[in-house]
Design a protein around this ligand. Structure first.
Ligand SMILES: [Zn+2]
Ligand SMILES: [Zn+2]
Length: 199
């Protein structure tokens, strides 16, 4: 099944594609690019996501490692080169700049695809926990377990909080109780056992 994921990402702006992104060189990974439009790169601490331009794969490193001499801003890197090596690096850099849009697109597509996979996995794990909690909800009530069905997460719902644990509706998952057809909360509660609206 497909999962809707909202990733805060601005559309690629071609006009400043070469200006807005950090292009650098790493002793281990060659030419790398920091995509400033990734929300993962926006915070001031933790890891940064870098794109390795040789194969458009991404990797994540501690922000504190993203410094010279391991990682050099491209101007700094060129500064340290002479002769043929400098020529070669300059040629490579202008090639990167000339293909910035395609490179960004390819790298970003790879990155977003793996992020989506991770979230799918997280969601599957979470669904499993919810099912366990739902079972124990019935165990607590001493009722036979009715099972579940998959459903779409509602876009809007009048009941904003779980009656049992008080959790916000957002924390519910896309499985519903077979008996009452309510979405199941992370705590396992559905409509079964609901004591009715409270004033
Ligand atoms: Zn709950
Ligand atoms: Zn139920």
């Amino acid at each position: 099944m497909s999962v809707n994921i909202r990733i805060a990402l601005n559309p690629i702006d071609l006009s400043n594609a070469t200006v807005d992104h950090w292009i650098g060189h790493s002793s281990d990974n060659g030419w790398v690019l920091l995509d400033r439009q990734l929300t993962a790169n926006a915070s001031g601490s933790g890891n940064v996501i870098l794109y390795r331009l040789s194969d458009c794969k991404w990797f994540s490193i501690d922000r504190r490692v993203w410094i010279p001499p391991g990682y050099l801003f491209h101007l700094k890197y060129l500064d340290g080169l002479r002769g043929a090596a400098l020529q070669e690096a300059n040629a490579k850099l202008s090639n990167i700049r000339g293909h910035m849009y395609e490179l960004l697109n390819a790298c970003r597509t790879n990155y977003l695809a793996s992020v989506t996979q991770d979230r799918d996995k997280l969601l599957a794990d979470r669904r499993e926990l919810v099912l366990k909690a739902h079972k124990s909800h019935f165990l607590q009530m001493g009722r036979p377990y009715p099972g579940t069905l998959f459903c779409r997460r509602p876009s809007g719902n009048r009941m904003a909080h779980c009656w049992k644990c008080g959790a916000h509706l957002e924390s519910r998952i896309d499985v519903a109780c077979m008996a009452c057809h309510w979405m199941i909360c992370g705590c396992g509660a559905c409509g079964c056992g609901y004591p009715g609206p409270r004033e």
